[in-house]
Design a binder for this molecule. Structure first.
Ligand code: SF4
Length: 261
């Protein structure tokens, strides 16, 4: 069993590497509370990306489960296999005159820096999303992290800690993206993770994707576009500048407040 996916079959990874000098290898495991320690406080396990796209296929789910079992049963051997595969992928990239990048927590949140993985390969780029604010600003130079938002009440300590750093914070929005969120500018995070991870203290806005079930989800991991809540047409830029706020009685009251005759 290979741990790494080296053929960019994940849509976001393919989008991210297209048109760049990078080839990206990824590791997808089956989430559980050991490899995703914050999943209970973030309340993200129900709508986790684990069941998105290819994750619905039994064979994919079985392969991910085998990798999580391997990690749970023999961490030393797992790390040995992983380092061999990383080294082989770097050699492959070098032959193709490409740079190697790795996303090892596609659907997990393991602190790879504690196991010395990115430190072992300073020539490669590592990047991930995390729900553990304590990991931010503590990774080596070649391991970039983005924080992943949830509105779950028990998770707000993590969010507040992350907001004190300059790490990008990703948030999943339903109904389009607002211009700002948590007093930070929102960028379109669906284009490329290479752009996202170098964007500094912004909100990496991700559009909620998927069918009816996820669109109706009440998960705190999914944020209803706050611009839509305040004024749906405003978010769609369909407001007439001469809107009804200044019409009729509103116009008279406004003029009186301004001291106009
Ligand atoms: S931490 Fe991420 S990968 Fe883990 S359960 Fe939550 S959303 Fe899924």
């Amino acid at each position: 069993m290979n741990l790494l996916n080296t053929n960019a079959s994940n849509t976001k990874i393919l989008k991210t590497q297209t048109g760049t000098d990078y080839l990206i290898a990824s590791l997808s495991m089956m989430p559980n509370s050991i490899i995703c320690p914050a999943r209970d406080i973030a309340e993200c396990s129900v709508d986790c990306l684990v069941s998105a796209g290819r994750g619905q296929m039994n064979s994919v789910a079985r392969a991910r489960q085998s990798k999580s079992d391997f990690w749970g049963n023999d961490q030393a051997q797992f790390l040995e296999t992983l380092t061999q595969e990383i080294a082989a992928f770097i050699r492959k990239c070098e032959k193709q005159q490409k740079r190697a990048a790795f996303r090892l927590n596609t659907i997990s949140d393991i602190a790879w820096e504690k196991y010395g993985i990115p430190q072992m390969f300073p020539q490669a780029l590592f990047y991930d999303y995390t729900k553990l604010a304590a990991r931010l600003n503590r990774t080596p130079e070649n391991y970039k992290l983005m924080f992943s938002y949830s509105a779950a009440p028990a998770y707000q300590n993590q969010v507040n800690k992350a907001l004190k750093t300059s790490a990008p914070i990703s948030a999943v929005f339903r109904g389009g993206m607002p211009k700002t969120f948590l007093n930070r500018i929102v960028i379109d995070g669906d284009k490329s993770d290479l752009i996202n991870l170098n964007s500094g203290p912004v909100i990496v806005g991700l559009k909620l994707k998927g069918g009816k079930a996820i669109q109706a989800s009440k998960s705190p991991f999914i944020i209803d576009n706050p611009d839509l809540n305040s004024c749906p047409a405003k978010a769609l830029a369909q407001c007439n500048p001469q809107n009804l706020a200044t019409a009729g009685l509103g116009y008279v009251q406004d003029r009186q407040l301004q001291g106009a005759a």
